[in-house]
Design a protein around this ligand. Structure first.
Ligand SMILES: Nc1ncnc2c1ncn2[C@@H]1O[C@H](COP(=O)(O)OP(=O)(O)OP(=O)(O)O)[C@@H](O)[C@H]1O
Ligand SMILES: [Mg+2]
Length: 258
């Protein structure tokens, strides 16, 4: 894949199928492109394969059939030792958070930067800034199990975005918070999108996805199709500034404003 195409598309899937070991095909004949700097929702019933699709995008599964390229690399053919480099460009908010319970909030968020070998001085600055930004500055040194579900979700999101990934995959990132906090979290993703990240949000929250008007992919019965005809993202509810949104998140989640 040429570099121009690599720059235009973050991912290109063509006729992709996926089965787990000897099980049935969870996905079959799935084709779609993710354009750079775009924003997508991924919807579909429980068990339809949303998380599975995100795992393919995160390079933790290889397709059983078809071709899947991420950042211009065919993921079935990319050597294992190249994967960490590619994964560093991807920030993932896991459905069940996957926070490290023995580490503090700060150390959880710092982890991707430390793994990437960033200078500790820069790690401290970036992590402190981001945690203030999401309204968790009063909770930096506590272990994550002492936080509420919604606060843990914020930590998981902070960890996913701290390394300024080109692709953000968020699996049900608003599943543990009320509608007000959910809207503000979406604003955070919108701001990161404006700063140049491609965002994919898997959610059961159809009304949220419909209201915002971004391109929506729906997965059901092993198939994926686009719910919108236009390829252009047309955000309907981008409002407010970065700081204002973050302050609002802090307030709404009861964690103290930045
Ligand atoms: N590691 C695995 N091994 C075997 N089967 C799996 C595995 N992970 C998921 N599955 C199966 O794949 C199907 C799709 O699961 P997936 O988690 O992708 O759905 P989902 O759309 O994310 O659901 P939800 O909305 O509940 O999160 C399910 O039938 C599930 O049982
Ligand atoms: Mg899922």
């Amino acid at each position: 894949m040429g570099s121009a195409e690599e720059n235009q598309f973050v991912a290109r899937f063509e006729g992709v199928a996926l089965r787990y070991e000897r099980g049935p095909e969870i996905l079959r004949d799935v084709s779609f492109d993710l354009k750079s700097d775009s924003f997508y929702f991924l919807t579909g019933p429980s068990g339809a394969g949303k998380t599975t699709l995100l795992r393919l995008l995160y390079l933790s599964l290889k397709p059983t059939r078809g071709s899947a390229a991420v950042f211009g690399h065919d993921i079935a053919k990319t050597p294992r030792d190249r994967l960490p480099d590619l994964r560093r460009k991807i920030g993932v908010v896991f459905q069940n958070f996957r926070l490290l319970e023995h580490l503090s909030v700060f150390d959880n968020v710092a982890l991707p930067l430390r793994v990437a070998g960033i200078r500790e001085e820069d790690v401290r600055r970036d992590v402190a800034e981001l945690l203030t930004w999401v309204g968790l500055k009063d909770h930096v040194s506590v272990p994550t199990p002492t936080l509420s579900g919604g606060q843990q979700q914020l930590v998981a999101i902070a960890r996913a975005v701290v390394g300024r990934p080109k692709l953000i995959l968020a699996d049900e990132p608003t599943g543990n918070v009320d509608e007000a906090v959910a809207s503000r979290l979406i604003h955070l993703f919108q701001e990161l999108n404006k700063l140049g990240a491609t965002v994919v949000i898997a959610t059961h929250n159809h009304s949220l996805a419909d209201r915002l008007g971004y391109r929506r992919f729906n997965v059901d019965g092993g198939r994926l199709w686009s719910e919108t005809t236009s390829d252009t993202a047309s955000p309907r509810a981008v409002a407010g500034g970065y700081r204002r949104d973050m302050t609002a998140i802090g307030n709404a989640s009861g964690t103290g404003a930045a």
